[in-house]
Each structure stands twice: as structure tokens, then as C-alpha cells.
Design a protein around this ligand. Structure first.
Ligand code: UDP
Ligand code: MG
Length: 343
């Protein structure tokens, strides 16, 4: 099926063709440059564009700055979350609220160059549902971060049944069809890269050079990344549970063989019972394996627990936009304040 991109604009003049979702968490420093570059790109595009900023509980005035820009730039829409929910939740909010026929996800820190958007649109117009941006290089990131990230993607690809492409971040374009598919995934543990991959759809991969951050600092520390990595693995694979079982079987076999050997020595060779050190080491080894296995099981039980609570992925504090935009169809059930900025 090819999408008729003109159809909905004909039906509905207010509907932007392209929504650019930008998650923002304490990015006040970089926002002026970000807006300028986005607007320069939007001018070149042969499409109406909406800039959908999702303020993820910033406390440095990012949201106020953006609200101040709405009067000057009517293409801006700001969704303010009630607190910091994390990038994955901010992206989910953006995806729920985006009204474009195509949706692009872009980091506020300009690590994903907005100038590539025209190329992405070109691929979408040719029929791709997903245009994935794959990092050829990552300037300004440490060797350690690049290596660990590479290893993580390798492991994830090995573990998960849906192919999560190597070295891709959240920077991508999705067609309305792909966005609607994504919106059907209700889970609370939102590892977006995995969810994107799960959806599938005709995908084009474009390579790009990732820029260093334009200003400000990264919001991720290594512990945060480790948590995200663990989240990614356990959300998309139950293989660690099988590994735990495998490890248990191997340990049991070794233990059994060792027991037989000790019995053989005691009965046949008349070896008196000794070996306190070996006893202790076997006990601690097995205890360790049991705890690891229990931890893995616990991780999945915990995930199930969180899912069963059915809490929303994010809460909206308010939405701000220019009066020109009239038709917004939030899919979130929570009723929010809508501020319409007078122009
Ligand atoms: N971000 C967010 N919520 C958070 C952390 C980050 O919305 O809790 C946004 C942040 O403002 C930026 C994007 O996610 O636009 C990527 O964050 P960052 O640059 O800190 O991550 P890195 O590029 O270092 O992986
Ligand atoms: Mg960044």
C-alpha cells in the first residue's frame, strides 16, 4: 500500500505534514540554536511542519523559554510533563500527540543534525515507513562509551527476536502507519529502540556522522545507561532466564561428578573425610549461582509487577500552542490544561 500524502492535507488544512518530536530536559542553553537550525530546515522543506517539544520536567526554564517563542513561531507546540519521566516516556508522549503524516524524533542537543531531515522525507516520499539513521561515527563521545554501546547493541541483537539494528539511536522518521502501530504497544517498560524494531515495516537505513553536543551536558551517567541496557535486554528477551537454568544444570552436573569422585575416594581408596576448604568453596559457588538466578527471575517478576499496575507512562501538566492550531487529538485519557498563546 502506498500512502497518499496529499489526502489528509486536503481533508484537513490544519494537519501538519511533518511533526518533529524533540524531548527536552534542561536544555535551556541549546534551545535557541536548536530552534534556529530547525526553522532553517523547515523553510527548505516542501511541507508544513510542527515542532513538538516535550518538556520532561526541566527545572532550568526550558519550558518557559519555549512558551515565549510560541507567539513568534506558530509551528511550535509544547507538551509539559508533570515531572521528569525520562526520555523514553517523553518520546511516548510526543508520539501520542504528534499529528503529522510523518514523525521525526530528534534530540534537543543537536547531536542528530536537523539538516538531514530533507533526506529522510525524501525516503518517506519514496514509500519507506521507517527511515532509520545509523551512526557512522560519534564525535565527542569517549572510547569507553562507544565500545560499551557497541557491545550492548551486539548483545541485544543476539538476544532479541526482533532485529534491533546496530548503532542506531532514537533519531528516525516514522510514517503515520508506523506511529499508529507503535501506539498500540501499551507496555510500561518502554525501551523505545526495541519497540520501534518490534513494529518492523519497510525500513530504509541512512548513515550519518553524529555530532558532539552543541551545549550543555549529557543527562545520562553510566549507571543510567547500565539501567537502560538491562531494561532493553529484559524487556525484549527471556533468554537470561534460560541461561540461569543452563548455569544451574552445569553447576549441578559438576557438583554431582565431584560428589561421586569424593565417594569413590572415600570407599575405594580409604581416604579419610577432609576438605573443609573445598566444601566451603563449593557452597559459596553454588550460593552465588543461586543468587544470580534469583536476581534474574526477580527482574522479570518486578517487570510483571510494574506492568500489572497499569499506571500511565507519563502525565501531562499542560500543552501550549498558537491559536492557529485547532485540531489536536490527544490519545492520552488524562485531561490536561491547554494554554493557547495569544499572538
Ligand atoms: N532527555 C529527556 N529526559 C531525560 C533525559 C534526557 O527528555 O530524562 C532528552 C534530552 O533533553 C535530549 C535527549 O533526551 O534531548 C538526549 O539526551 P542526552 O543528550 O542527555 O543523551 P545522550 O545523547 O548523551 O545519550
Ligand atoms: Mg545527546
Amino acid at each position: 500500500m502506498t500512502i497518499n500524502h496529499n489526502q489528509s492535507t486536503k481533508n484537513d488544512l490544519n494537519r501538519p505534514v511533518l511533526s518533529i518530536i524533540i524531548p527536552v530536559y534542561n536544555e535551556r542553553e541549546v534551545l535557541p540554536l536548536c530552534l534556529q537550525r530547525l526553522n532553517d530546515v523547515a523553510k527548505q522543506l516542501n511541507a508544513t511542519t510542527e515542532l513538538l517539544f516535550v518538556d520532561d520536567g526541566s527545572c532550568d526554564g526550558s519550558a518557559d523559554y519555549l512558551a515565549g517563542q510560541v507567539t513568534m513561531d506558530t509551528s511550535i507546540r509544547i507538551i509539559r510533563l508533570s515531572r521528569n519521566f525520562g526520555k523514553e516516556a517523553a518520546l511516548t508522549a510526543g508520539i501520542d500527540y504528534a499529528i503529522g503524516e510523518a514523525v521525526v524524533i530528534l534530540d534537543a542537543d543537536l547531536q542528530d543534525p536537523p539538516e538531514l531531515i530533507p533526506k529522510m522525507i525524501e525516503q518517506w516520499r519514496k514509500g519507506a515507513d521507517v527511515v532509520l539513521m545509523q551512526r557512522r561515527s560519534r564525535a565527542g563521545e569517549s572510547w569507553f562509551k562507544r565500545t560499551t554501546s557497541h557491545l550492548f547493541y551486539r548483545l541485544l541483537q543476539h538476544l532479541s527476536r526482533s532485529q534491533i539494528p546496530m548503532d542506531t539511536g532514537d533519531f528516525r522518521l516514522m510514517s503515520r502507519r508506523a506511529v499508529e502501530a507503535l501506539k498500540q504497544l501499551p507496555e510500561r517498560n518502554r525501551f523505545m529502540k526495541g519497540l520501534f524494531a518490534w513494529v518492523g515495516m519497510p525500513t530504509v537505513i541512512l548513515k550519518y556522522d553524529r555530532d558532539p553536543r552543541a551545549a550543555g551536558t549529557s543527562k545520562w551517567d553510566y549507571l543510567g545507561l547500565l539501567r537502560l541496557a538491562l531494561e532493553g535486554i529484559t524487556s525484549f528477551s527471556i533468554r537470561p532466564l534460560r541461561w540461569a537454568m543452563g548455569l544451574g544444570i552445569i553447576a549441578a552436573l559438576i557438583g554431582g561428578a565431584f560428589g561421586l569422585w569424593i565417594a569413590f575416594k572415600a570407599f575405594m581408596l580409604g581416604d579419610p573425610v577432609h576438605g573443609y576448604p573445598s566444601l566451603i568453596s563449593v557452597i559459596t559457588f553454588l550460593g552465588g549461582i543461586q543468587l544470580i538466578a534469583l536476581g534474574i527471575v526477580g527482574e522479570y517478576v518486578g517487570k510483571t509487577y510494574i506492568e500489572t499496575k497499569q499506571r500511565p507512562n507519563y502525565l501531562i501538566r499542560d500543552v501550549t500552542h498558537a491559536p492557529e492550531i485547532t485540531n489536536i487529538h490527544p490519545t492520552n485519557k488524562v485531561k490536561e490544561d491547554i494554554h493557547v498563546q495569544a499572538s
